[in-house]
Design a protein around this ligand. Structure first.
Ligand code: CDP
Ligand code: MG
Length: 737
């Protein structure tokens, strides 16, 4: 199979274009010979690199051993499983034999650490055991936190099904901007962030009899803070049971933190996994993924494939390329069912990854990190791991937060590989070299609390009345300077006074489940009389990356459609126009289709908007609109995001005002060709360079108006706000002007 030119981006309508006939022939030949050589029989590892000579060359370096205590009894195969009813499936999970011991241990101890291999049934089964054992009899609930939204939704759906109830009744979930629970709910799955917020209204978690902090090993910021909060509560609520559940080896550390709480180990069942590395580094890992998937599909025995990518865009790209290749190969291959899974995917599509694979077909799941430990997809035999993940990183020296793709840790790589050995011996293909694994990957992922902006967390803790943050009981304390910076930022936003106490503004800000800058923007809309518009902008920003639809085969049309929404003052206003026009179309699907807008994202924006409007009412801000000029809107945005300001410098680059970092306007921005002197950005993303995404033009004097304690007039000199004359040497479309 030919991999295609590296780094080549096809801008024409690929589906209308016939594949190059030479390439087609070559691909068919390669495939034929591969099939001829190996047919569908199992390939022994040592034969493997022979087979792959013409393709990506992998070398097998080690075999990750299965568990010693593996249950070698006849395996439950996928087809047998299909015949099993729910009861039998539940009994087949590794946690099942320990049900009674586990319940006994929970009765005996207030805090219990539970450790067990991913997929052993911790998340779906333990809450049910507790329910059956009567832990909800006194009218109290069992709570279970998940670091990821998708997991909370999908796991609760599964549990509702197992219990034969409607989701939202006895079993429900609650995530940011979406509450699917009712009076009847006794098993409540929620994101860790949601529980964090619940402390505000119920500081003793009085309505819960058991709280499970699940996927503790993920060490998200919220989970880390929850550790401190629940530990504190457990001291005065002796009736509350606390379970900390983790997939990996951190159990000892958790136990120590929770005053030597006992550890309950669920013996794992893991089959050996052969690990393959590429012989040479791969320049384009999406392409390498596609090639590897086809290699596996053409040469390896049936069994599903799990591919780890970093985000929605990458998954969509990979999906399209793969689909296209498969189509061209036609009936030479068995059926390959391609299924994506990422946070923004609508839940009905998410559920598809759990559908059993039809006989004689193969499923390939293109997933984000979510499939690393939070979700277990049965029947995965092959894992493809490019070795990257998207990570939020905060530089406490510059105060800048950037979303970037970074290499994963060895611990993550091994978790990923382990996903291949759950139902049978598996294979993991790492798209990097053995050398890179050994020398370039860190041992463990740094916990979020030590690498992201703490503004949000600090505001929440302050709102809970926890003032002395330096002495908060952290499992791993955040760096001192990050804490200080968060305090400074909240002070500049007006959320804290100079004693570090929460102000009235801060209290109102804490009502919103959004980061402090966005909360401030929402509140500032009161002063600038544009709450309707700002609420829409906030809702759209929260789904922004998924608003515009850009199918590979219609890129030109899609980009033209997108440009029609461009607002001269920038992207926030473009998003506002999209939303308003959609409202005018009476929330039409057809309108979305015609304008290359993702209907589902719009629907979500509408839901988020509704929630925000409710919260605005709670803080007593009237919904008003009517500004015809965009100045007020932009001022309100600036009142929240005055940290994110950059000024035009040489060569079409920008420099951030406070830290003089070089950044650029993202090519998708309405202002990409405009180059205003002063801009405000919503976020920074690092791809090939540091890009500002979602940008508006501002006037520097507004900064003195909205953040007088943060900006000095001197920093904002040269604020004529005239556009700079076009500079020489900047490549790109702007030169055409
Ligand atoms: O939490 P842990 O990793 O220990 O396991 P789990 O998430 O409770 O998964 C137990 C079983 O439930 C696995 O076989 C999953 O495939 C299955 N499951 C499912 O079928 N559908 C879901 N939405 C979630 C889990
Ligand atoms: Mg789990």
């Amino acid at each position: 199979m030919k991999t295609g030119e590296k780094g080549e981006y096809v801008e024409v309508d690929e589906r209308e274009k016939q594949p190059n006939s030479e390439q087609k022939k070559w691909e068919a030949e390669q495939l034929q010979s591969a099939l001829f050589k190996f047919g569908s029989r199992d390939v022994k590892p040592d034969e493997y690199d022979l087979l792959l000579e013409d393709e990506i060359e992998f070398v097998q370096v080690l075999r990750m051993d299965g568990s010693k205590d593996i249950d070698r009894k006849p395996e439950v195969t996928e087809s047998e499983k299909k015949k099993m009813n729910i009861e039998e499936t539940k009994k087949s999970l590794p946690v099942y034999p320990f049900r009674d011991d586990l319940i006994a241990a929970i009765r005996e101890h207030q805090v219990l650490i539970i450790e067990g291999e991913t997929g052993s049934g911790k998340t779906t089964q333990i809450p049910q055991y507790l329910y059956e054992a009567g832990f909800t009899k006194d009218g109290k609930k069992i709570g279970c936190t998940q670091p990821r939204r998708v997991a909370a939704m999908s796991v609760s759906a599964r549990v509702a099904e197992e219990m034969g109830v409607k989701l939202g009744n006895e079993v429900g979930y609650s995530i940011r901007f979406e509450d699917c629970t009712s009076e009847r709910t006794v098993l409540k799955y929620m994101t860790d962030g949601t529980l964090h917020r619940e402390f505000l209204s119920e500081p003793d978690l009085g309505s819960y009899s058991v709280m499970i902090i699940d996927e503790a090993h993920e060490r998200t910021l919220h989970t880390d803070i929850l550790f401190g909060l629940v530990k504190d509560i457990a001291r005065f609520r002796s009736d509350l049971k606390l379970l900390i559940s983790s997939a990996t080896l951190d159990a000892e550390k958790f136990s120590e933190f929770f005053d030597d709480a006992p550890i309950f180990r669920i013996p794992g069942r893991r089959y050996p996994v052969d690990i393959y590395y590429t012989k040479a580094p791969e320049a384009d890992y999406i392409d390498a993924c596609v090639v590897s998937i086809l290699q596996i599909h053409a040469t390896q025995p049936l069994g599903d494939i799990l591919v780890f990518l970093t985000g929605q865009e990458e998954i969509e790209t990979c999906h399209e390329i793969l689909q296209d290749r498969v189509k061209r190969l036609g009936s030479k291959l068995r059926e390959l069912i391609i299924l994506p899974i990422y946070a923004n995917l609508p839940s009905d599509m998410q559920a598809k990854i759990f559908d059993p694979t039809p006989p004689n077909a193969r499923k390939v799941v293109l997933a984000t990190n979510i499939a690393e430990t939070s979700l277990t997809i049965d029947n995965i035999i092959y894992v493809i791991d490019p070795g990257f993940a998207k990570q939020n990183n905060f530089n406490s020296r510059t105060g800048m937060e950037t979303l970037m793709v970074v290499p994963i840790s060895k611990a993550s790589a091994n978790q990923r590989a382990g996903r291949a050995g759950r139902v049978a011996p598996g294979k993991c293909f790492r798209l990097y070299t053995a050398w890179a694994y050994k020398h370039e990957l860190e041992d463990n992922t740094v916990p979020e609390i030590q690498r992201i902006n703490l503004g949000n967390a600090v505001l929440m803790l302050k709102a809970l009345g926890i003032n002395d943050l330096l002495h908060f009981d952290f499992l791993d304390p955040p760096p001192h300077e990050t804490l200080v910076l968060a305090l400074e930022q909240l002070y500049a936003l007006g959320a804290l006074n100079h004693h570090g106490e929460l102000t009235k503004m801060g209290r109102r800000m804490a009502e919103f489940p959004v980061d402090p800058m966005m909360a401030k923007m929402l509140l500032a809309s009161e002063k600038y009389k544009c709450s309707e518009e700002i609420v829409t902008i906030a809702a759209m920003l929260s789904v922004n990356s998924a608003v515009f639809y850009r199918p590979k085969d219609k890129i030109i049309h899609a980009d033209t459609a997108r440009k029609n929404f461009n607002h001269i003052h920038g992207d926030h206003l473009s998003l506002l126009q999209v939303y308003n026009q959609w409202c005018e179309s009476d929330y039409s699907t057809q309108w979305c289709y015609e304008n290359f807008i993702q209907y589902r994202s719009m629907k979500r924006a509408r839901d988020v908007r509704e929630q925000l409007v409710n919260l605005m009412q709670r803080v007593e801000i009237d919904m008003v609109s009517g500004v015809t000029e965009s100045i007020n809107i932009r001022k309100a945005v600036t009142a929240g995001y005055f940290y994110h300001i950059a000024k035009l410098s040489k060569g079409g680059n920008y420099k951030t005002v406070k830290h003089n970092q070089t950044v650029m306007i993202h090519p998708n921005s309405a202002l990409f060709e405009e180059l205003p002197r002063w801009v405000l950005y919503h976020e920074l993303v690092f791809t090939t360079r540091e890009f500002m995404r979602q940008v508006i033009e501002i006037e520097s004097k507004w900064l003195l108006e909205v953040a007088p304690h943060y900006y000095k007039p001197k920093e904002l000199e040269d604020s004529t706000n005239k556009k700079m004359p076009k500079t020489v040497g900047r490549a790109g479309p702007s030169d055409a002007h």
